[in-house]
Design a protein around this ligand. Structure first.
Ligand code: FAD
Length: 944
């Protein structure tokens, strides 16, 4: 890898085409973008100037996304007028522009008689504002509509015209429509001066550029008062008020179908709970006035306050299921109302200022009004060929199988799934890179395509996106930024990266076999477990297909170039790629579908899998399916860390992929959070590549990784391991600059206030655990364990759906590839046998298997008493010394039978334990359950 001279140059922004325009709009938030769309209806020439390197860099990026009905604002205010008009325009704008908008209704809930009086008053105020469809209902009726509502709710205002949207998408589609109709856009164009001259304004830009316009629309959000004050005698004041949010995984999306408000107070609309148009759920916002208009760093206090506030309406609200936290800044005007229109002393200057909530709702109505006024001022006619409809963009995630097949015939890149969570194809990424609006940073791609927004938060797809950007735009990865200037993503890349990326693309030829009529076994996932499953099913005589999304097999092992693999399975110390090629060599007779993603599993008598691959969209049928989809890493958003959201925060697996697969170095000085094995391996790898690793910080009072990795990766390199410490905040607007680290109370596992220390670093690597990747299983209806997050299986590794098996990290997280492969052997053999026998259910009695004292989980969770040996895999809850690990059958008569016990000098949660047991049919008949537990060995000795 070569050190690039200047790590952060950014992707070049196209320049401004002309020196003078009829209208310049300052700010590409939702207000500026909507104004651009409406002004594009006129004959005037139009330029949008945006300080950031994407649209929606201000409040529009981070807000509640609620299209308010309009019952809340004081009658007679601009807020009331534009809110109600805007809410009425939303359905039409959504249809024309193609953004997501759902009229999901809202409930404003109350908890006592005083609240009920407030709700009646709110309903009357709404009627005065012209809002239709308001009714006050009682608590029971409210809970009938929303069963997860608190039992404390006694009354609610039902608002039938409340809606939700994606604010970024509203702004994006409006601006794209404006550009389609002739508007021009300049990013990275911060307006720093405004001078009124005859016939208009001279606009000065940061960096020295100037542009003239006959009229100016000031839509600069929280900075709109500064621009107003440059040209107007009567000054405006904006108080920035930050609001923090918690966003939940889509699995919690269905908790509420309506947006739930609490009775508003003078401080605002309070904490709300709402679904989003993308199927997530969020709670927030807080309301914290702050001096800095641009800081969107969340605070621990704010995050705690919104959870407490949310529990009033949703008592189950907790940090479980949170995938990220974020903040937005409200532009609160000192005058408490919007400031819209032309001030007396600045003709041709139009304010869209102090646009706090309900500004998103109001934006279309404000835009219609502003365009009318500007057109009148400049005497602009109508553009005869204005096209109000924006050409819709196809999305892989929204296509049915026929549409996918057609799309892939047009361009095989539709079949390359870049972001597996959403899913987003390479075609969509490339389309944006050469689309209507320039892409100057990775976050623009994220927001426009949805890539990196899913469960893994970019853990898997960030390196791949970087490669596509580099290839398509011809920029070296070290010039690509996350969002703001200075938010570089990697500090170094291999020489000629962009050229190599383009060449690799030309060479990639994918050979996907035509599906056999019906396979006996289809294995999903070609890592250690999946390859072993496919080979063992084939060895048992089954016809087998092995499907994997990557171009080559091996799963996570492809990037694990260190040794330590294969000691158990091959009695040799191998690297990850070596282990993978040994397993791949055993796949003779297996149809391998590489570069192929399974999007859905439809269980049935014959299971059907929907697959996309560059060759097209296919349906594959199978008698048995083995799920071996591996795991993903716990991402930053799930850790509840407050602060800024700069670049430089990676999961250990992404950092590993960047270095080992892409030849890019993530940074220069790293802190590692969590002592999982991949983090330990990366501590050594980054050190060897010349990075400084400041230390590894672990929340628990014991390491999470294997002892051998602590010794070989930390001790041998002098890297300190700090147990009972965690990161509590991140700092840095562009690139990460430092983290705050606090000591942790081992009893509560909470950070101890007052112990925070600031540690300088430009890279934070997270090694905080793996989560089985189970979306396919979940959507297919497979019952999952809340503890392992993998499937609940029996001793043949069969899930709750007959003929569907699970193994490897998709079932529960393994320490060693060897053990995952051994589980794959078993699952493959069971899949083949089930396919052959036509899924004849076993007549042996079934006994549940459960964790007892000291044990966190056991797999499998049920076993057949058939007299065959079964391996119980489990993890202990805590470090314990001098213990006995026991599997006992509890008998119906209250007694118990020891099935197996083993002494251990020390047991660690980081290391998986195994006990082999055999339950005879006779024992199974009298056993109520099998329990695995940790007992004190000294106690045992005493008993003896
Ligand atoms: C926490 C929170 C929750 C909210 N919830 C809702 C809601 O549910 N419903 C609702 O209707 N409203 C809501 N709002 C309000 C809504 O988000 C805003 O009213 C709306 O997004 C404002 O849009 P804007 O275009 O005026 O400002 P912004 O989105 O802030 O855009 C201003 C743009 O101007 C650019 N800019 C600034 N200065 C310059 C300069 N000198 N030169 C060039 N460009 C410049 C910025 O980079 C930015 O992109 C909420 C706001 C917040 C913060």
């Amino acid at each position: 890898m070569s050190e690039d001279a200047t790590p952060s140059l950014g992707i070049a922004c196209p320049g401004i085409a002309r020196g003078a325009y009829d209208v310049a709009i300052i700010g590409a938030g939702v207000a500026g973008c909507c104004c651009a769309r409406e002004l594009a209806r006129t004959s005037g020439s139009l330029l949008v100037l945006e300080a950031g390197d994407d649209i929606a860099c201000g409040a529009t990026r981070a807000n509640s996304g609620i299209v308010h009905a309009g019952y809340d604002p004081e009658p007679g205010t601009l807020k009331a007028r534009y809110n109600v008009e805007g809410s009425r325009l939303y359905p039409m704008w959504a249809a024309e522009l193609g953004f997501s908008y759902v009229r999901n209704e809202s409930l404003v809930v109350g908890f006592d008689e005083r609240d009920e009086r407030a709700l009646v008053a709110l309903s009357l105020r709404g009627a005065e504002n012209g809002v239709e469809g308001l009714s006050v209902i009682d608590g029971e009726e409210a809970r009938r509509l929303e069963p997860n509502l608190s039992a404390e709710v006694t009354c609610a205002l039902r608002v039938r015209t409340g809606g939700i949207c994606d604010p970024y998408e509203v702004a994006l589609t409006a601006l794209e429509n404006a550009v389609q109709n002739g508007a021009e856009v300049a990013f990275d164009a911060r307006v720093t001066s405004l001078e009124r001259v005859r016939g208009g304004y001279v606009i000065g830009l940061a960096g020295g550029g100037r542009v003239c316009a006959r009229a100016v629309v000031n839509a600069a959000g929280v900075h709109s008062a500064e621009l107003h004050n440059l040209v107007c005698a009567r000054k405006l004041q904006i108080i920035p008020v930050r609001g923090d949010y918690l966003l939940y995984d889509p699995t919690l999306g269905p908790t509420f179908s309506r947006t739930i408000f609490q009775v508003p107070t003078t401080a605002g609309k309070g904490v709300l709970v709402s679904p989003t148009v993308h199927g997530n759920l969020f709670v927030g916002p807080s309301a914290e006035p702050q001096a800095d208009a641009d800081s969107v760093a969340t605070s621990r206090r704010g995050l705690t306050a919104i959870l407490e506030g949310a529990r009033r309406t949703w008592p189950q609200a907790s940090s479980r299921g949170v995938i990220t936290n974020f903040a937005g800044v409200r532009a609160k005007g000192a005058g408490h109302d919007f400031v819209i229109g032309e001030p007396d002393d600045a003709p041709g200057f139009f304010d869209v200022a102090c646009l706090e909530s309900p500004g998103l709702t109001s934006a279309p109505a404000v835009a219609v009004d502003i365009a009318r006024r500007v057109a009148r001022r400049l005497n602009l006619g109508a553009r005869p060929d204005f096209e109000p409809r924006r050409a819709p963009k196809r999305r892989l995630a929204r296509m049915d199988a026929d549409q996918r097949t057609r799309a892939m015939r047009e361009d095989p890149a539709w079949g390359h799934v870049v972001c597996r969570c959403s899913p987003v194809s390479e075609h969509e990424v490339v389309r944006e890179l050469h689309g209507t609006l320039p892409v100057l940073c990775l976050d623009a791609l994220k927001w426009r395509t949805g890539a990196t927004m899913g469960r893994c938060h970019g853990g898997f797809c960030t390196p791949e996106l970087l490669r596509i950007v580099s290839r398509e735009l011809g920029v070296e990865p070290s010039r690509v930024e996350k969002r703001l200037r200075g938010s570089w993503i990697v500090s170094r890349s291999r020489p000629g990266y962009a050229r190599l990326a383009a060449a690799a693309c030309d060479e990639a030829a994918v050979d996907v076999p035509e599906p056999a009529q019906v396979y006996d076994v289809v294995v999903v996932g070609g890592g250690a477990a999946g390859m072993a499953a496919a080979a063992s099913a084939r060895a048992a005589g089954a016809s087998v297909a092995l499907i994997d999304r990557e171009a080559s097999l091996g799963g996570i092992m492809r990037q694990c170039i260190h040794n330590g693999f294969g000691l158990k399975r091959f009695s040799e110390e191998l690297t990850g790629p070596e282990f993978a090629s040994r397993e791949a060599a055993l796949l003779d007779g297996v149809d391998v579908w590489s570069s192929s993603s399974v999007l859905a599993l439809h269980p049935g008598v014959l299971h059907e899998l929907e697959v996309v691959c560059p060759g097209g969209a296919r349906f594959v049928r199978a008698r048995s399916v083995v799920l071996a989809c591996g795991s993903r890493e716990r991402g930053f958003g799930a850790l509840g860390i407050a602060g800024d959201r700069p670049s430089g925060i990676y999961t250990a697996g992404s950092a590993q992929a960047l270095i080992n697969l892409h030849g890019c170095l993530p940074g220069r000085r790293a802190v590692i959070l969590g002592s999982g094995d991949i983090g330990l391996i990366m501590a050594r790898r980054m050190t060897l590549e010349g990075m400084e690793v400041e230390g590894v910080y672990e929340l628990l009072d014991h390491p999470s990784g294997l002892k051998r990795n602590i010794v070989q990766c930390l001790d041998d390199f002098g890297i300190p391991l700090h147990l009972s410490h965690t990161v509590v905040a991140t700092h840095g607007a562009g690139r990460l600059e430092s983290v705050d680290i606090a000591a942790v109370d081992p009893a509560t596992r909470r950070a101890i206030e007052g112990t925070e220390q600031n540690v300088a670093c430009d890279t934070l690597v997270l090694s905080c655990g793996l989560i089985p990747e189970n979306e396919l299983a979940r959507e297919a209806g497979v019952a999952l364990s809340p503890v392992t997050e993998g499937a609940l299986v029996d001793d043949r590794l069969e899930t709750s759906i007959p003929g569907v098996f699970a193994c490897g990290n998709a079932l529960h997280v393994h320490d060693l590839a060897d053990l995952a492969a051994a589980e794959g052997d078993a699952a493959g053999a069971a899949g083949a046998s089930s396919a052959r026998s036509g899924r004849v259910a076993s007549s042996d009695p079934v006994v549940p298997v459960e964790p007892g004292p000291g044990v966190r989980y056991v797999v499998p969770q049920r076993l057949h008493g058939g007299g065959c040996p079964v391996t119980l895999s489990f993890r202990v809850s805590d470090v314990a010394r001098d213990v006995s690990l026991e599997a006992v059958a509890e008998l119906a008569d209250g007694g118990e039978m020891t099935l197996r016990s083993r002494r251990a000098r020390v047991v660690l949660p980081a290391e998986m334990e195994r006990l082999e047991v055999t339950v005879s049919p006779e024992a199974a008949l009298v056993a109520s359950r099998v329990v695995v537990r940790v007992a004190s060995a000294s106690q045992k000795r005493g008993d003896a």
